[in-house]
Design a protein around this ligand. Structure first.
Ligand code: CDP
Ligand code: CDP
Length: 227
């Protein structure tokens, strides 16, 4: 039955959601859906076409007009986002996109469109989906719900190390911490689908824990839920 299991992983930025979700999906042979990449792709469109993040109708028009392709990369097990045949995935984590994404994810019309795509990707396969509102809104019937968190200091340190490893340059942990805290506050305080644990979520604090330890804990929850 593990092949039909649905796992929701929510939590603040840098908690390790996509890292552990990808590994858990691979280990169990499930589809991995990174919903943050979808919100980031709307932000990418906004930057590209000069639409303000506050302009809800302008953003939905962009989404209707420019069909974004969300495909699974079978080798990596991650989501590839295409715009007019161009793979824009590497651009989704730019500071420009990160800086505005939580401003546009407050809009109900934007969320409605993306939530419906996320639910359609689920179809009849098992899935690991990560984001902010997966256990509360997108898959309230998920078999396993995890709210993954870690201290702000540790999350900022992880993100800084990640950027240094990928780009070979030192980044200021202080500025990363500041922008993460702002994004978390915006995500937690919005009216529609705010970041919060579902009532039946398992709260997993990964501060001081390795990736393997977190993955093992989630796999244990899955085994318990399908036995
Ligand atoms: O990887 P990181 O945690 O930094 O961010 P992400 O998961 O890529 O999500 C980027 C932003 O998209 C979040 O800060 C939220 O504003 C928004 N988001 C959301 O509102 N709902 C989701 N299910 C996923 C992301
Ligand atoms: O998706 P989210 O923003 O929650 O986090 P991420 O993009 O997976 O980034 C987390 C970073 O922390 C990655 O560089 C991981 O290698 C590292 N990390 C982790 O994910 N989990 C731990 N328990 C320890 C470190």
């Amino acid at each position: 039955m593990v092949e039909h299991v649905s796992i929701a992983i929510d939590g603040p930025a840098g908690a390790g959601k996509s890292t552990v979700a990808r590994i858990v999906a691979k280990r169990l042979g499930l589809l991995y859906v990174d919903t943050g990449a979808m919100y980031r792709s709307v932000a990418w469109l906004a930057v590209r076409f000069g639409v303000r993040p506050s302009d809800e109708l302008g953003l939905t028009r962009l989404l209707d007009e420019y069909l974004l392709g969300f495909e699974r990369d079978p080798a990596l097990g991650t989501l590839v986002v295409r715009f007019q045949n161009q793979d824009i995935t590497p651009e989704l984590r730019s500071p420009e996109v990160s800086g505005i994404v939580s401003q546009l994810s407050v809009h109900p019309l934007v969320r409605e469109r993306l939530t419906s795509i996320q639910r359609s990707l689920r179809r009849d396969t098992g899935v690991v989906m990560d984001g902010r509102d997966i256990g509360t809104v997108v898959m309230p019937d998920a078999d396993v719900k995890v709210f993954l968190t870690a201290s702000l200091d540790e999350r900022a340190r992880r993100r800084a190390e990640e950027i240094t490893a990928a780009q070979g340059r030192e980044v200021s942990e202080v500025s990363i911490r500041k922008s993460m805290a702002e994004r978390d506050a915006r995500d937690s305080s919005r009216d529609v689908a705010p970041l919060r644990p579902a009532a039946d979520a398992y709260i997993l604090d990964s501060t001081g824990k390795s990736i393997d330890e977190v993955v093992d804990e989630i796999l244990r929850l899955v085994r318990e839920s399908v036995k």
